[in-house]
Design a binder for this molecule. Structure first.
Ligand code: SF4
Ligand code: SF4
Length: 262
């Protein structure tokens, strides 16, 4: 278990699926409303990042696969809890979401799904990007174990505002300790049900995603701090030189995150 997993103590909530989620998924993402960077950027001919994602259907494909990972992992966790006579606190958690105040990692393809949603909903603003940049820097440079900062996507009602597109680590980690312990930074009794699916399967999806976009292979997956991955995707969205932009910027972000959770 790495430092991120230890610090998160296996935390994620499972609120009820919002009724608008099915309609939102079914809706085409082709009509996204860019709040900024409406003009394609970059000197190179060819499709923008958004156009290439659209051409290959990569956003919907990876969204569905991440949801399948979470559903599969949760089913395994529920069965594990049943067999071991445990109760998963996340299933009806009404406590403040301490699990959303921790260092959170995401694969690049998971950042793409959230970026697509933010653009779709007109939430890609300079203020949001600034908040993402600040949170990313804090996550990449702070002591993981003492990091306490609300996720940029945590709403004022303590609900995830990107719930249907949340990263696999958010959806796949569940706890059997009392929910209130998750907000207690001194608690030593948080018990995580750490699944295995959220590590292996997303890595396979990440590799397929990387290869689909012809991004250069790294010796580790394209995975960094959640806010950084989303920010890099937003900044690449309308760029024709997205390959070069992403390849050049994701690699150091991946290594910064790895260093932070070492
Ligand atoms: S029980 Fe803890 S980890 Fe689960 S949703 Fe509630 S605060 Fe998050
Ligand atoms: S993406 Fe959602 S579930 Fe994950 S940490 Fe942020 S608010 Fe919590």
């Amino acid at each position: 278990m790495d430092a991120e997993a230890r610090s998160r103590l296996g935390a994620r909530r499972v609120p009820p699926v919002r009724r608008d989620s099915v309609a939102r998924v079914a809706r085409t993402r082709a009509k996204r409303r860019p709040a900024i960077e409406a003009e394609p950027l970059g000197p190179e001919p060819g499709p923008t990042f958004a156009e290439e994602l659209e051409r290959q259907g990569l956003v919907e494909a990876t969204v569905q696969r991440t949801r399948a990972v979470i559903a599969h992992s949760n089913a395994a966790a529920v069965e594990h809890a049943r067999v071991n006579l445990k109760v998963i606190s996340c299933l009806d958690c009404r406590a403040p979401k301490g699990c959303c105040w921790l260092v959170t990692g995401a694969y690049l393809h998971e950042g793409v799904a959230i970026a697509a949603r933010l653009i779709d909903e007109g939430r890609d603003t300079p203020e949001l990007r600034q908040a993402l940049g600040t949170a990313a820097h804090e996550m990449e440079t702070s002591d993981t174990m003492s990091y306490r900062r609300p996720c940029v996507f945590l709403g004022p009602d303590d609900r995830c505002t990107v719930y249907e597109d949340r990263p696999s680590v958010c959806g796949a980690h569940l706890v059997t300790s009392p929910a209130m312990a998750c907000s207690d930074s001194t608690a030593t009794t948080v018990s995580a049900l750490v699944g295995t699916l959220h590590t292996e399967t997303p890595r396979q999806v990440a590799e397929q995603f990387r290869a689909s976009l012809s991004l250069p292979p790294l010796d580790i997956p394209y995975r960094g701090a959640l806010p950084r991955m989303v920010l890099l995707c937003l900044e690449a969205w309308h760029r024709r030189d997205h390959l070069r932009s992403l390849a050049g910027r994701v690699r150091p972000a991946v290594h910064r995150y790895r260093w932070a959770i070492r």
